[in-house]
Design a protein around this ligand. Structure first.
Ligand code: ATP
Ligand code: MG
Length: 254
């Protein structure tokens, strides 16, 4: 089968063009990037520079106009849409603002959703949903509707949902975007703990230097290209009471 790769995702010379009404806009102009398993990477750059577009390629949610994307060393252009969807669902958890919580579903149902897509029995789903909500400290909110939660709590539900499939990698687009600095710090401490203690690969897009400081590697995007990359000593997570990683461990083992 496929060789074991040290990279969870590799993008090779990718471009991304958006076509609308005869006009073509080139959002990514030849990007090559590899994300090593267990890495914590942040993507920064001006508005419109292509960060979200790149994150969508990294998450295999979209395909490049040219170039190739490898998920665990498998070229996604050679996978059927179904196989790609299964692999993506197994390996990657998304915390995207565009994919935010369903307002008509309870907190519990929102976290359960990816498991339903994954075809798991209801009796197996419930304990996983409860574990994930417990990890993010929201066990007491499972019956709440998203509109009854604070911004930080909603983002933690989004993280619980991303964790439900026990992904190897979490991708987050502006995870602290609409949060006050305290909630934003809680969310980042939490993501950093997952990375530090569980070895989950984390890739975030952010425009805030204090958020990028949590990562080991900062990729600077400008005008659809990688302008530079910097390595740094990451800000360490300061575990709050709501971070119960042992439970995550048991959830992953289930
Ligand atoms: N579906 C689309 N159709 C046409 N153009 C698009 C589409 N999506 C993105 N673009 C354009 O591609 C460029 C990159 O968009 P992208 O969303 O990746 O930027 P970004 O760096 O994430 O910006 P921001 O910081 O504002 O979120 C922008 O100029 C945008 O207008
Ligand atoms: Mg964006």
């Amino acid at each position: 089968m496929n060789r074991m790769s040290e990279y969870i995702i590799e993008i090779d010379s990718a471009t991304k063009e958006y076509k609308s009404e005869g006009a073509t806009f080139v959002a990514l102009k030849g990007i090559t990037i590899r994300i090593r398993k267990g890495e914590f990477v942040s993507i920064v750059g001006p508005s419109g520079s292509g960060k979200s577009t790149l994150l969508h390629l990294l998450g295999c949610l979209d395909i490049p106009s040219s170039g190739e994307v490898y998920l665990d060393s498998m070229a996604i252009s050679k996978m059927s849409p179904d196989d790609l969807a299964v692999a993506r669902n197994r390996k990657i958890g998304f915390v995207f603002q565009a994919f935010n919580l369903s307002p008509t579903l309870s907190v519990f149902k929102n976290v359960e959703l990816p498991l339903m897509i994954g075809d798991m029995d209801e009796s197996r789903r419930a304990p996983i949903v409860r574990e994930c909500l417990s990890i993010v400290g929201l066990s007491d909110k499972e019956k709440s509707m998203p509109s009854q939660l604070s911004g930080g709590e909603r983002q933690r539900v989004a993280i619980a949902r991303a964790l439900a499939n026990k992904p190897e990698m979490i991708l987050a687009d502006e995870p602290t975007g609409n949060l006050d600095s305290k909630s934003g710090k809680d969310v980042m401490d939490f993501l950093a703990s997952l990375w530090e203690e569980r070895g989950i690969t984390v890739v975030i897009v952010t425009h805030e230097p204090v958020v990028a400081a949590y990562s080991q590697r900062v990729v600077h995007i400008r005008d659809g290209k990688i302008e530079k990359e910097t390595l740094q000593k990451p800000t360490r997570a300061k575990g709050g009471d709501h971070i119960k990683l042992k439970e995550f461990e048991s959830a992953r083992g289930a």
